[in-house]
Write a protein that binds this ligand. Structure first.
Ligand code: ADP
Ligand code: NA
Ligand code: NA
Length: 257
């Protein structure tokens, strides 16, 4: 495989999370192949994932790896000494929710084909759930979309397979249907083939998903593209992530690749 992200493996022990992904995924997302692995990270890493691997850590702002998926990842990579090494690599510093930092493995810590841990804090500290049902777009859909998007765009160029668990679906307390919708939307928008879809259209889709539709950022070019791909501008403009299906605003890319 050449040095390019080709494969996403969504991995979770939660059946609800895996079902949520499967319901909304298409077998191919543009140039990416996406699969769902229902099981532990440890069992997944015993298999061949394909090329060099990065694993997303849905962590906290301080890089402690004491719970949930991070703990499982930490155990795979060497336990407590790895956590100390990892936090030193992060300069033991505060990383805001919304950041993403790829840490290249070293220091004698390794596990099979894993080359990077992509640190994506989903909460400052695991003190309480971050989700508020009355503000579900801000505290759920947007938070998870941003984490997934950040993980994708921060994935180093020499990674072929990115392993991602449910983001914010554990300690952070975001319901699986909320998190899965945002993760699948981020994947499907990220993977829109650049030769067919403009960056402007990609941005327009994201802006409306996040509930921030703004006419000034919705230019002629995207309007024409919407028409070409059968995306209803009206559906985009009234889109509400908590109510509407992502199929209403996504082009059926698999028909064209
Ligand atoms: P967050 O703080 O973002 O909620 P968690 O680590 O608590 O992160 O949970 C993220 C997801 O990881 C959850 O959906 C949980 O089911 C899953 N998970 C926890 N442990 C494992 C494991 N060993 N293997 C695979 N998935 C796991
Ligand atoms: Na975590
Ligand atoms: Na977290």
């Amino acid at each position: 495989m050449d040095g390019r992200l080709a494969r996403i493996v969504l991995c979770d022990t939660s059946e609800a999370v895996c079902d949520g992904w499967r319901r909304m995924l298409t077998s191919r997302c543009g140039d990416l192949s996406v699969s769902v692995y229902h099981g532990t990270l440890g069992a997944l890493l015993e298999r061949e994932c394909g090329g060099s691997v990065a694993v997303v850590s849905p962590g906290n702002s301080f890089g402690f790896l004491g719970g949930g998926f991070d703990q499982a990842l930490c155990q795979q990579l060497g336990g407590e000494p790895f956590e100390t090494w990892f936090r030193a690599k992060l300069h033991e510093r505060y990383y805001p929710v919304g950041s993403a930092t790829a840490v290249e493995l070293g220091g004698g810590f390794s596990c099979g084909a894993v080359r990077y841990v992509v640190h994506v804090p989903t909460m400052v500290a695991p003190c309480r759930s971050v989700y508020d049902r009355r503000r579900c777009v801000a505290t759920g859909y947007s938070r998870v979309f941003d984490a997934m998007w950040n993980a994708l765009v921060s994935c180093p160029a020499d990674v072929q397979t990115l392993v991602v668990p449910g983001l914010a679906t554990g300690y952070a307390g975001v319901p699986s249907e909320v998190a899965c919708k945002s993760m699948v939307f981020a994947l499907r928008v990220f993977a829109l083939p650049a030769k067919l879809f403009s960056r402007e259209l990609q941005n327009v889709l994201i802006m409306h998903f996040l509930g921030c539709g703004y006419g000034g950022f919705f230019g002629e070019r995207s309007l024409r593209e919407c028409e070409r791909w059968g995306i209803s501008v009206e559906a985009l403009q009234r889109f509400d992530a908590s109510r509407d299906s992502i199929e209403d605003i996504l082009p059926a890319v698999e028909l064209y690749v």
